[in-house]
Design a protein around this ligand. Structure first.
Ligand SMILES: [Zn+2]
Length: 300
């Protein structure tokens, strides 16, 4: 293998690693962005890389026939003319094996097959339905009924909560986990929020403490919009408090539901970031003007 071919093999190894990093990065993308990138595109990219490596390598070896020949162990022309003899040639000596293609190495084939297999397995896993999309239609409807019941209880009028699978109203593009008309009867949640609430209400599973707390807080927040509260900070303040009831109704102990909402309240300023309208008012504290149950100890 020439230095050129070695350099080329190293370059392609780096490209393979880059493709794998790209595939892993694809997994880390928010669902909204990922759904815009077709899965087969990444596989075609990996396939094109390998095709380029092997076809390109084959063409290269065709173009540049071995430049530096191995030193000939046989008699040199000088020896032949000096000795003038063919007797030197021994027909019983083993013929050196013929090397088909100096650029070809099995390790490259193994590397290419391995890289393609990893990409294929990762992309297969990614393309399978997951999260809310993996939940059966019957269970999705059941979950929406439960969430609508919770929202109606807070809104104090019949309301329906829908999980916005197509991302028409909420999601990455709209930069919102939920949406509700002020005083209206319709709220939308992202499939991620719906899945977390489905896991809790029907599967009795807490995916993660913070995620579950966040999902409950979003449902509770939107319910307060349905009730007529326009102010985002107040909807958060009231939402954290009624979130305890939602958590209990969905199967959590009161202590755990309170702890989740206390965490949401504690991270409120940080979660709001530059959107200061989402910060709860200073009166959102135990015994404060926005305490819905001033006689009760502990907040929320
Ligand atoms: Zn809001």
């Amino acid at each position: 293998m020439t230095a050129d071919q070695r350099r080329r093999a190293r370059m392609f190894r780096a490209a393979r690693i880059a493709v794998l990093v790209l595939v892993v990065a694809y997994f880390l993308l928010p669902y909204g962005v990922r759904s815009w990138i077709p899965v087969w595109l990444l596989f075609v990219l990996a396939l094109a890389l390998e095709a380029d490596f092997f076809v390109g390598g084959w063409l290269q070896s065709r173009r540049s026939e071995p430049v530096a020949e191995a030193p000939d162990p046989g008699p040199q022309q000088r020896d032949l003319s000096d000795l003038g003899s063919w007797g030197y040639w021994d027909p019983s000596a083993p013929t050196p094996p013929v090397e088909l293609d100096p650029g070809f190495r099995w390790i490259h084939v193994a590397e290419a097959v391995g890289a393609l297999a990893i990409v294929a397995v990762l992309l297969y896993a990614a393309s399978r339905p997951h999260g809310w999309n993996a939940v059966s239609a019957v269970r999705q409807a059941k979950t929406e009924t439960i969430l609508s019941r919770e929202a109606s209880g807070i809104a104090r009028h019949p309301a329906s909560v829908r999980c916005d699978k197509k991302g028409e109203y909420v999601g990455f593009v709209q930069d919102a986990d939920g949406l509700a008309e002020i005083g209206g009867d319709q709220a939308f949640l992202t499939p991620d929020i719906c899945d977390t609430l489905y896991q809790l209400a029907i599967k009795h599973r807490v995916q993660s403490f913070s995620r579950t707390g966040r999902a409950i807080a979003v449902l509770s927040h939107e319910s307060w919009h349905l009730r007529g509260v326009r102010d985002e900070g107040l909807a958060n303040c009231y939402g954290f408090q009624t979130g305890v009831d939602i958590g209990v109704n969905l199967g959590l102990s009161e202590d755990r539901a309170s702890a989740m909402m206390r965490e949401q309240l504690a991270t409120n300023a940080q979660d709001s970031g530059s959107n200061s309208q989402y910060r709860v008012p200073s009166s959102c504290r135990d015994g404060g003007a926005d305490d819905l149950k001033p006689s009760k100890d502990g907040f929320p």
